[in-house]
Design a protein around this ligand. Sequence first.
Ligand code: C2E
Ligand code: MG
Ligand code: MG
Ligand code: MG
Length: 290
Amino acid sequence: DADIAMYQAKARGRNNIQFFHPDMLESVRERARITAELRTAVAGGELALCYQPVVELGTGTVIGFEALLRWHHPVRGLIMPDSFIRIAEETGLILEVGRWVLHEGVAQLRRWSATEPELTDFCLHINLSAVELLRSDLLEDVTETLARNHVAPQRLVLEITESVLMSKGTAEEQVLGELRDLGVGLQIDDFGTGYSSISYLRTLPADTVKVDRSLIQDMVSDPQQQKFVAAILQLIHSAGLKAIVEGIETAEQAALLQTLGCLYGQGYFYDRPLPPETVMGRLKRRAHRQ
Ligand code: C2E
Ligand code: MG
Ligand code: MG
Ligand code: MG
């Protein structure tokens, strides 16, 4: 605790006398507690995945599901990933968490196939943190997990945030190449929030780009922003990549995005993240809100 507090105090500047500020100490304690409890959560069966559809905007047809992590804490109830993923990344616990997500997500895909053998025409998207790309057994684990569950590599899409790919070294580059050779889909997540450069888009080791929610939030009432989103979509398409827009919450946004040439999206307007038992039912419904 003291080390972390010292580090944070230093980060705030040498002349800043905040070392024992009660709020800060509380948050340091909170972090330590989350770390300790998350360590046991994986083995204790407290983690769960829900699945948010990725849809074809025109028809509402589901083309994939993104696995999103939930932590059902025995005392504190439901904890969302934004409250623990960063801490898990900083402590390295994310490796264990990520391993569980991969195994559970792919196993779920196999369970769905067992009940609905005809419905296999969709992908499973899994979020991968930067550090996970440096996990030495990642390629082997992905390969074996898919084989064990009889799932084709083409049905798995790994979502990696833009910032990772911008700062990637040769180790990350190599593992991305190997995953790609395996046949797994690679997708840039949260595009538009990092430091995207135009020339960089052309050399991305990816086939899909997910445009961040923040870019479309005020689009309907802001013509300037509409032009900006249109340009970004054009850029992605002209680089030969598929664009998915996330965070679509209204019919107006959905309609506008289609006029801008966007084919795929995700958001509360279409579907919230769903519990696994309702996923097959959703897949059978072609259009949303029939
Ligand atoms: P993300 O990968 O960008 O996922 C999208 C987030 O936006 C999800 O939040 C989703 O529930 C939410 N969302 C979807 N549609 C809408 C909408 O229309 N409006 C709004 N306001 N939000 C929408 P969630 O589930 O809380 O996850 C937050 C982040 O946590 C994810 O962002 C991802 O970066 C991370 N995460 C979640 N699961 C995992 C995981 O298994 N592994 C890793 N490494 N990170 C994960
Ligand atoms: Mg994602
Ligand atoms: Mg995102
Ligand atoms: Mg995100």
